[in-house]
Structures are given as C-alpha cells and as structure tokens.
Ligand binder design. Structure first.
Ligand SMILES: [Zn+2]
Length: 483
C-alpha cells in the first residue's frame, strides 16, 4: 500500500527512493503497513565524549527522519545507548569499555554512562537532531536480551564455552550477506585465546570473570552470572519497540561487516522472520586527513573544540550537508569557514526578506524549485544537490525576495538547517559587542551620525554588522574572528 501526503500526488514531490546496503541498490521506499515507519539507529557506547566523527551518523539519521516526515510518514525511531557489554576488542575479548572507564575514574559505572549519555543527547540537540521516540539503554533491557538468547538456544543456534554463550554462525547459511564477505574474510582466523568454534561466531552472553575485580554491571542468567554480548542488545531492543519486522536500520558503515551482520542472523533466527529489516542504510565516515576520526588516534575534536575556533554547531551541520551521506567527508578548516560564510549568507537573506505574515508561495516558478529540491532529496537523500537548489532560489531574480526567503526557509527547514543564526543571543556576542550596539543606537537616535558610523565600523572590525530595522537594530555576525 502507499501512504504519503497529497503533495506527492500533485506532482510536487517524487517517490522517495533509498539505497539499501543489503541489495546494494537504490529502492523505492515502501512501508510495511499502515502504522508508523520503524527506524532503528545504532547508538553510542557511552564511556567517553562523542567526537565529531561519531555525530555524523546521527545527523544522517536525522535527515532521513525529516525526509520521511516531509513525505507524510508517521515515524517511530529508536536509538540505543550501549552502557554495558561493549568490549575493547570486537572479537569478544578484552575489557568492557564502560567498566574500564569507571575503574580509571574511580566512579560508579552508572554515573559515567549517565554523564556521557546526557552529553551526547545535548550535542545532538545542538546540531539540530530531533529526539527519537525511544531512547533504549542496554542495561535496562537485559530481560529482553535473555529472552532472545533463550529463543536462539531453543532453535539450536548456540553453544557454550568456558567464558560464555556463543552464536554458531556455521548454522546460519545467510551469514555475511550484508557485507558480501565470507565469514573467514570478515573475521580472519580464530584467536588462540578464544574458545569459539568459528572466527565469525560471537558472544551472546559473557560470564563474569571468576577471578579479579567484581564487575559493577552483571546479572543472573540461566547459564550463570554475567552480562550480554554487544550485538544482542540491538536485535532485542529493536524487536521490543518496533516489532519482529520493521522498515529501516541505520548505522555507520563500520558496522556492516560484524555488528550488523550479527544483528541480522540472531534476529532472523530468534524471531523466525526474513527479512528482519527492509532497508539497511549506512553513513560514511567523517575523516581527518583521510583517516577515520578515532579517540585511540589521539586527535578527536568535539563540538566544543569547533566552537572554540568560532564554528557553531549549526555550521557543522551545514558542512555535513555538503556531502552525500554515503560519501566520506574530510574535516577541513577551510571548508568549515566557507560553510560558516555560506550559512550566514542564506540565513541573513531569510531574516532580512521574510515577511511577517505570509503563506508559502504557490506560483509556477516556486513550485518548480520545490519539485527540484524534492527530486534531489528523495533521490536517496542527496543533500548537496538539495542545498544547491536553495542557492539557485536565492539567485532567482524572477521571484520577489520575500517569496525566495519563504521558500529557502521552508526547504532549508527540511534539511534541518538552523536559521536562527547568531544574533544578540549568540555566545559569540560578548558584553563588549552589546555595549557597542547600544551606544551606536543611542548615537543614531540622537542624530550623531558620524559617531554612529564610527561605532558601526568598530563593530565591523569585530565581525558584526548592524542593520537598522523598524523593530530596532539587527546585529549579524558576518565573519568569524579568530581570537
Ligand atoms: Zn546496533
């Protein structure tokens, strides 16, 4: 069945198409039923601050959300928080990242995970990412994970070793279909320390170590006290909130070979469904000098590091929109500065020319621009092409400025660009700037124009312009001034 808004049928919006990693093709988007479209996005492991590279997959998922919403689909989006079970080695050995961080900081694990969860959620809000309908923490869904492991055990897909319960990938003929790699190519050879039967097998439940410090996060289970393996949480929580089959699963491209391949086999064999997920979507990396940004490499800037050099979170989002989500993007200061100038120019145009009360324009030229915008966006979320349409609208002298401003604001809103750009409420505006603005306004009212002009020049040196509007002075940041 087809559910979409009337604009699709009036020819304003084309059919939405999305790239599916499993079939390796762009496919028309069809929901499974008449309920909300289910989206599951793999969330972070909350043992440290998320860096800029970590944020890119969520901006991509947010663009997907906003695009589906613009096409008239109700949504149910679930993002998980991994607060237990993610080991330092993805091959099921090493320390639990959260327990390790807690031990190093001499802090309870739950205090660590709560702190970094809140920081992560605040960072997402700053880059304009809308909150999902459900935040799901692994530690709060252990019963669901145990239930899924029991289902797998009942169907004969598990075996026990001395350190845990494992999934037997040799019994799953479709294993690796997402990555296109055979189990041995994706996972290499068996590690000598491992008691696994095959390299691709993975832990569903790990036993707490018999010796050494006692774990902070552990639970009783039918097999012994321990904690869930990293992969089971996503399959268990997705089916808890989205049912045994749902529409879209997103994540970073680094999840394809192992994490998502494991999610698929355990969910399909526990739930007895195929396919578990209709569309698999993966976002490419944000890189620095061509390499994946990684905390372990030492240089992993976050949003506050950007703000310190005058780049706002809104500009970072605009910058991410300049690349297609499936293309790697290299973090580049020159390009960030260019994004800052570009966003400010678009925002200023919108601020300056938006009439106080008006309906979106419906003339033929406006409709053609809207159609071009949605042609780009609905073609597997081609944000760079959609962004280019905004610039074409800005330059279209055949349309009144007020119509152009309304169009840019409406369509830019679909991309989640944040139009309320720095004004007097922005952090970059110091008390000094506020004083200069107030003094200039006083001089202007007193008709001391030479003094008012001198103060305007001084503001300009600080990177701010003043426009005299009927409602009072409008202060805009024109460029970033590096301290
Ligand atoms: Zn996951």
């Amino acid at each position: 069945m087809t559910r979409s808004d009337p604009e699709t049928h009036r020819g304003l919006k084309p059919k939405l198409k999305l790239y599916d990693s499993l079939t390796r093709a762009v496919q028309p988007f069809e929901p499974l039923g008449s309920g909300p479209v289910g989206i599951y996005s793999c969330g972070p492991t909350v043992y440290a601050r998320q860096h800029l590279g970590n944020l890119r997959p969520y901006v991509f998922a947010d663009l997907l959300r906003r695009t589906l919403h613009s096409a008239g689909f109700p949504l149910r989006h679930v993002v998980n928080i991994t607060d237990v079970g993610h080991l330092t080695s993805d091959a099921d050995h090493g320390a639990d990242k959260v327990e390790l961080a807690a031990a190093r900081a001499h802090t309870p694990a739950l205090v660590i995970t709560q702190h970094f969860t809140e920081l992560f959620q605040a960072d997402l809000r700053r880059v304009g990412v809308l909150a999902p309908e459900v935040w799901a923490k692994a530690s709060e869904h252990v019963p669901e994970q145990l239930a899924m492991i029991l289902q797998l055990e009942a169907r004969g897909f598990t075996y026990r070793t001395e350190d845990g319960i494992y999934f037997d990938t040799s019994r799953a003929p479709h294993y690796g279909e997402l990555s296109g790699l055979t189990a041995s190519a994706a996972h290499g050879r068996l590690n000598e320390r491992s008691a696994k039967r095959h390299a691709a097998d993975f832990a569903l439940w790990k036993f707490s170590p018999a010796t050494g410090p006692k774990r902070q996060l552990e639970w009783p289970s039918p097999w012994g006290t321990g904690f869930p393996g990293w992969h089971i949480e996503c399959s268990a929580m997705a089916s808890r909130y989205l049912g045994s089959q749902f529409e879209i699963h997103t994540g970073g491209v680094d999840h394809v070979a192992v994490h998502h391949s494991n999610e698929i086999v355990q969910a399909e064999h526990a739930l007895g469904v195929r396919p578990w997920v209709r569309y698999w979507m993966h976002g490419a990396w944000l890189t620095m000098e061509g390499a994946k940004i990684a905390k372990s490499a030492g240089l992993a800037p976050n949003l506050d590091d950007l703000l310190a050099i005058g780049i706002s979170p809104a500009v970072f989002r605009y910058y991410l929109m300049t690349a297609h989500y499936r293309s790697p993007l290299d973090l580049n200061l020159e390009a960030l500065r260019a994004a800052d100038v570009a966003l400010e120019r678009l925002s200023r145009f919108v601020r300056h020319h938006t009439p106080t009360a008006a309906l979106p324009p419906t003339g033929a030229a406006a409709l053609i621009w809207q159609r071009q915008f949605y042609d780009a966006l609905y073609d597997d979320l081609d944000a760079p092409r959609a962004l280019a349409v905004l610039w074409c609208i800005l330059a279209d002298a055949s349309l009144p400025e007020s119509e152009r401003a309304l169009l840019i604001a409406e369509l830019g809103g679909v991309l989640g660009l944040i139009w309320k750009q720095p004004d007097l409420s922005d952090q970059a505006v110091t008390p000094e700037i506020r004083r200069l603005v107030a003094e200039r306004e006083a001089a202007r009212r007193a008709r001391e124009f030479a003094r008012a002009d001198a103060l305007r020049a001084e503001l300009s040196e600080h990177g701010f312009t003043v426009e005299d509007r009927p409602s009072g002075p409008l202060v805009t940041r024109t460029r970033t001034v590096t301290p």
